[in-house]
Design a protein around this ligand. Structure first.
Ligand SMILES: Nc1ncnc2c1ncn2[C@@H]1O[C@H](COP(=O)(O)OP(=O)(O)OP(=O)(O)O)[C@@H](O)[C@H]1O
Length: 250
């Protein structure tokens, strides 16, 4: 099947109120799906459900792969940057190899981790302390860690938060490259991701509204119209996107 993940009529609650309600979503092989929506809308919760870290209250998630084939780059990775750990060691922490040498990781693990660092252009920084790297470089290392398990799909929760514009573009160019062989699902508040990289967009605010990017481009003439990103993002959360969009002064 062309779907790597299929979510049907999913409901989820942490306590008594639904955080996600009647969610339907297909994630395709080689998809680049941007998940957008307001704070507290349920985006991170949706990723955790896909990862099987949380269980749906109703509905189902079908996965055309094992959980270990899902790479995950969580939000604000809680790593103490003062901790004297190298980039290579961070990547090795994501390694799922079974063979361990007496001292920890075997040669194969290290060579696999080095390969992952190479894939993200960070092999020269393998022995650098993670705290000495820039925000963008550190995020690449976390992506390398997720790559270690050879994923078929990678879920990233706001990977460019608190990274400068140059670093952000480098991360998205890297994801574009990875997307040649794996599906990418990225939570982002950044409109440029939507327009320049995503193939599909899911707006999550308790409910989910799905858009093919092609349809969005037809709806909004991005060449001739100045787009206010707040208006656009909010329009994407509505089932009916206004076709005669003009930018007001408000
Ligand atoms: N462990 C938890 N226990 C109880 N409620 C939670 C828990 N985690 C999240 N929530 C609540 O669930 C709702 C959805 O949270 P979630 O983190 O999924 O939203 P989000 O769209 O990812 O938000 P943000 O953009 O701010 O990261 C929020 O109201 C949040 O307070």
């Amino acid at each position: 099947m062309n779907k790597i993940i299929e979510i049907k009529n999913l409901f989820f609650t942490y306590d008594k109120n639904y955080v996600l309600e009647d969610i339907n979503l297909d994630i395709l092989h080689n998809d680049f799906l941007a998940i957008i929506g307001p704070n507290g809308g349920g985006k991170s919760t949706l990723l955790k459900l896909i990862l099987d870290l949380l269980k749906p209250k109703k509905g189902q998630i079908k996965r055309d792969l094992s959980i270990s084939s899902i790479g995950y780059v969580p939000q604000n990775t809680n790593l103490n940057t003062d901790f004297p750990i190298t980039a290579l060691e961070v990547v090795l922490m994501g390694h799922v190899g079974k063979k361990k040498s007496f001292f920890g990781y075997c040669k194969e693990d290290v060579s696999c981790a080095m390969n992952s660092l190479k894939q993200v252009g960070m092999e020269d920084f393998a022995n650098s302390k993670i705290g000495d790297l820039s925000g963008g470089q550190r995020q690449r290392v976390f992506i390398a860690r997720a790559l270690c398990s050879n994923p078929k799909i990678m879920l990233l929760d706001e990977p460019t938060a608190s990274i400068d514009v140059k670093g952000q573009t480098e991360i998205y160019e890297l994801l574009k490259e990875l997307n040649k062989s794996i599906s990418i699902v990225v939570i982002s508040h950044d409109i440029s991701v939507l327009m320049n990289y995503a193939k599909n967009v899911a707006h999550v605010n308790k409910n989910l509204v799905y858009h093919h990017l092609k349809n969005i481009e037809q709806t909004f003439d991005t060449q001739n119209e100045h787009l206010c990103e707040v208006e656009l993002l909010s329009a994407l959360g509505k089932k009916q996107v206004c076709c005669n969009h003009t930018h007001g002064d408000a």
